[in-house]
Write a protein that binds this ligand. Structure first.
Ligand code: DQA
Length: 145
């Protein structure tokens, strides 16, 4: 079983980036924690972060070739802008959970719309770093049944 975690623009700055909104946990810490959970469930976990829309799309397309079973994605600001990322996820037809650290409904109006949510298996937002853990647990539970 193989699960891919994709992180969009600026998520490499976690820990120092607007910590009052996104928390103090670094992306490295988040991925290390997910790796531990995956290992104890015999799941093969890969992680990928990019600040570039095209690289994220290439990674989604590669996931199909690699036989990835499930994607967990925080698309960052591309959530609110990228028809192309949506088309890539729809195109590979790999089930995915959309994760946001912050509650996107509590912030600026432009963050309320997501180009991905209506084709996602589920959406987690506003819970901080632990949201990724819940997403991974949900993905594992789905793949096991
Ligand atoms: C985010 C929310 C987005 O609106 C923002 O552009 C991000 C991070 C989150 O995790 O809360 O980069 O996806």
């Amino acid at each position: 079983t193989s699960i891919l975690v994709i992180q969009g623009p600026n998520l490499n700055l976690l820990g120092t980036r607007e910590p009052e909104i996104y928390g103090k946990t670094t992306l490295e810490d988040i991925h290390a924690n997910l790796g531990t959970i995956a290992k104890s469930n015999s799941v093969d976990l890969s992680t990928f972060q990019s600040n570039h829309e095209g690289e994220l799309i290439d990674r989604v397309q590669k996931a199909k070739q690699d036989g990835v079973d499930f994607i967990i994605i925080n698309p960052g600001a591309l959530t609110h802008t990228s028809v192309a990322l949506r088309d890539a996820l729809a195109g590979v037809a790999i089930p995915f959970i959309e994760v946001h650290l912050s509650n996107i409904h509590q912030r600026e109006e432009f963050r309320r719309h997501s180009y991905l949510s209506d084709i996602a298996t589920g959406v987690i937002c506003g819970l901080g770093a632990i949201g990724y853990e819940f997403a991974l647990q949900a993905a594992i539970a789905r793949l096991q049944k």
